[in-house]
Design a protein around this ligand. Structure first.
Ligand SMILES: C[S@@+](CC[C@H](N)C(=O)[O-])C[C@H]1O[C@@H](n2cnc3c(N)ncnc32)[C@H](O)[C@@H]1O
Length: 269
């Protein structure tokens, strides 16, 4: 039996055009595809029709398959001699638990490869007209998880240090904890007039952007469902001149003339 192998592939943030050439090549060779919730279904269509497709879920607080079961699944199919593509939203190593899966494969002696993807941390702000760095405006940025509640002790991000140490803060998975994150930033010295943006389903036809300041952005976040990227910092103001993508909904900085880019519909599940 030929040895199986696993490829951890980043599917990018949603727009299928942001899939890398290598990712497409691997997907077209796949015998098994194990995919997450944020992978655009149009991308899955690139796998051979006969490839086994397994939904691994992953939603804050509600994993369809527990991480240990996902690891075991990858090992199982590779040990059976199959070529497995583990397809993840964005980049596998940016809050994607790709490192854990790679460790499990390494432990089981399975050959694996990593195909980095375009992370939502950078691409989603870019599609909203927000560069995460900009000469004279922001010389540093940090990508954080909002999954860690700043009011809890433990291994949460050090908001006290982060509040003023970095010019642009990009927060993923922040929907549930956003008001507390904003509170922690304000309490630790980030000025209330700091511009902030919330971008939902970025890079897809369903892209929605809400813009405000630290003082009012938590209120604007009300009713917003994941997936959302939050951007905090002066770079958000550039959106007034740089917003270019067609958006399903936008506030504060509506853009008059934008090119119509047709993306396949995002499928919130
Ligand atoms: C588990 S993390 C995975 C991040 C992924 N590995 C990456 O590099 O983009 C999921 C979070 O990514 C963000 N996200 C991913 N795709 C997004 C999109 N199209 N629009 C807005 N946020 C997105 C959201 O914050 C979401 O809760």
């Amino acid at each position: 039996m030929r040895p199986g192998r696993v490829c951890l592939v980043g599917a990018g943030p949603g727009d299928p055009g942001l899939l890398t050439v290598r990712a497409l090549e691997r997907l077209r060779e796949a015998e098994v595809v194990v995919y997450d919730r944020l992978v655009n279904p149009a991308i899955l269509d690139e796998a051979p029709p006969e490839a086994l497709r397994i939904f691994a879920g992953k939603r804050v607080g509600a994993h369809c398959l527990p991480q240990a079961a996902i690891n075991a699944l990858l090992v199982h199919h590779a040990e059976a001699g199959r070529f497995v593509v583990r397809l993840k939203g964005g980049d596998p190593f940016v809050f994607g638990r790709g490192g854990e899966e790679a460790l499990a494969l390494s432990k089981a002696g399975i050959a694996f490869e990593v195909v980095p993807g375009i992370s939502s941390a950078i691409a989603v702000p870019a599609y909203a007209g927000i560069p995460v760095t900009h000469r004279g405006v922001a010389a540093s940025f940090a990508v954080l998880t909002g999954h860690e509640d700043p009011s809890k002790a433990g291994d949460a991000a050090d908001w006290a240090k982060l509040a003023t140490a970095v010019d642009t803060l990009v927060v993923l998975m922040a929907v549930g904890t956003f008001p507390r994150i904003v509170g922690a930033l304000l309490a630790n010295g980030r000025p209330p007039e700091t511009p902030a943006a919330l971008i939902r389903w970025g890079t897809t036809e369903a892209q929605e952007v809400r813009v405000g300041t630290l003082a009012d952005i938590a209120g604007r976040a009300r009713g917003l469902e994941p997936p959302v990227v939050a951007v905090i910092g002066e770079v958000v103001q550039l959106r007034q001149r740089l917003a270019w993508a067609v958006e399903a909904a936008a506030d504060v900085c509506p853009v008059r003339a934008r090119p119509a880019v047709a993306f396949p519909s995002a499928t919130p599940v």
